[in-house]
Design a protein around this ligand. Structure first.
Ligand code: PLP
Length: 456
């Protein structure tokens, strides 16, 4: 007799009580397709290896199949890498207040585009504008989907089919396929490159005027450093020249920051308010880099130009959604109230002292020792990441574990629930407390404990 006939039929399985409780949770369609899949796998196993699964094995396989099918692919992870704005790990985590604000507008109706005073259609654009103007000293502001979209929109609205001057030393690639020259072409603007890879001077800007450009673009070298025999005019010099010629200066700041990074022993990342003061007419920056808010592109500057951007058809295509506007406003409010360093997670992490981190690492070490796992606390470096402050680092203390197989340990940690992202240094698996939230510590310790006996 064909052993495959020993398998129960789909109909028989669906009548079982245990399956009925799965139907109640996952619905009939999913349960049916999981059952079919499991029976098919069982038939293959029988014909290839002659293994006949027991009924309870089939039931368990169906449930596992349903769990795998319905587990979301986007899940939280513990970032023990010490990279604060980790581009692959979602960049900036939001503050509690920002999350509250998201909850408020997400689950209910809101006045997103409704003027409560007049009782008619309003604009979604004014929600974060008040705070942005207050914080940066700009006349007007506009929020779009991300900074790449902000640059695209600004170029399309101000320079389509016209020439835009940019220094060759600023034709940068940010990562993830964002290349300034490509974005310029996409916008319809014509690139007018000046200077050389390492040097550009005011005369280069001046002589570019002969070709009637309509815009100067300055792009911040977010993720690399230009060192050695280099030169670039200062921003006020470029701005002066632009204004003498009657054309605007657009600065793509990338991260941008409202707080001086030099306060924390880091290099000085250009601040939005400074760049405006230096004469930029428009400044673009990200919502989820050093601002520490949601994914967004923020454009601040002269009202005249912001209005042009607002009226451009692309503005509708790249607009920010209500959850981003709510979380951005709540994040900006932390800066308004001068509590950003205490409340915005990325600033808490940047501001955390090495001493505090050492204490946390020692605490983890003691907890692991209770479980018979030996570890050590060693000095190390955290980085800001996210395409900002290249080569800059913050002194930290790492919890280090001597693993039999370091790479396998990292893999096991990634398979943990929640996954833990650690790194290897001097052949040891290391965990940086700086980027681990205090509320995640127990889960992290449990994940390390689970390695015992396997790879430790
Ligand atoms: C990061 C960055 C961008 C892109 O910003 P997103 O918010 O990721 O779209 C653009 N320009 C510069 C200079 C950047 O550093």
């Amino acid at each position: 007799m064909d052993a495959r006939r020993l398998l129960p039929s789909v109909e028989k399985i669906l009548q079982m009580n245990q399956i009925q409780s799965l139907v109640a949770v996952y619905g009939r369609n999913l349960t049916l397709s999981a059952t079919r899949q499991v029976l098919e796998d069982a038939r293959t196993a029988i014909s290839q290896r002659g293994l006949i699964p027991r009924e309870e094995q089939i039931l368990r396989a169906i449930e596992e199949h349903l769990i795998a099918l319905t587990t979301p692919s986007l899940i939280p992870v513990i970032n023990a890498s010490g990279v604060i704005l980790h581009t692959n790990l979602g960049r900036a985590p939001l503050s509690q207040e920002a999350m509250q604000a998201a909850r408020q507008v997400a689950c209910r109706y809101s006045n997103l585009e409704y003027d409560l005073e007049k009782g008619k259609r309003g604009s979604r654009l004014f929600h974060a504008e008040k705070y942005l103007c207050h914080l940066t000293g700009a006349e007007a502001a506009l929020v779009v989907n991300n900074n790449a979209a902000a640059v695209l929109l600004a170029l399309a609205a101000l320079a389509s089919r016209r020439r835009v001057v940019i220094a060759r030393s600023q034709l940068v690639e940010i990562g993830g396929g964002f290349r300034i020259p490509d974005v310029m072409r996409q916008s319809g603007a014509k690139l007018l490159e000046i200077g050389t890879t390492n040097r550009v001077n005011l005369e280069d800007y001046r002589s570019s005027m002969e070709q009637n450009p309509v815009l100067f673009l300055v792009a911040h070298r977010s993720n690399f450093k230009l060192i050695g025999f280099t030169a670039e005019p200062s921003l006020p010099e470029i701005a002066n020249l632009a204004h003498q010629a009657g054309i605007p200066l657009l600065v793509d700041l990338g991260s941008g920051t409202l707080i001086d990074t030099a306060r924390f022993g880091l290099a000085h990342e250009p601040m939005v308010q400074e760049v405006l003061q230096d004469g930029a007419d428009l400044v673009c920056f990200s919502g989820d880099k050093l601002l520490g808010g949601p994914q967004a592109g923020i454009i601040v500057g002269k009202k005249l130009f912001i209005e042009k951007l607002r009226r451009h058809p692309l503005a509708r295509a790249v607009r920010a959604d209500k959850i981003a506007l709510a979380t951005l406003s709540a994040t900006l409010l932390h800066y308004m109230k001068e509590e950003a360093i205490q409340k915005v997670p990325i600033w808490q992490m940047i501001a955390q002292s090495a001493e505090d981190i050492r204490r946390r690492a020692n605490d983890w070490k003691a907890k692991l020792a209770q479980q018979g796992i030996s570890s050590e606390v060693m000095e190390g470096m955290s980085t800001v990441g996210g395409g900002s402050l290249p080569e800059e680092s913050l002194s930290t203390y790492l919890l280090a574990i001597q693993a039999k197989q370091a790479e396998t340990s990292l893999k096991r940690l990634r398979q943990n629930s929640p996954p833990v992202i650690a790194r290897i240094e001097q052949d040891k698996v290391v965990f940086d407390p700086r980027t681990v939230f205090v509320e995640e510590e127990n889960e992290l310790i449990a994940a390390i404990k689970a390695l015992k006996g396997q790879v430790l």
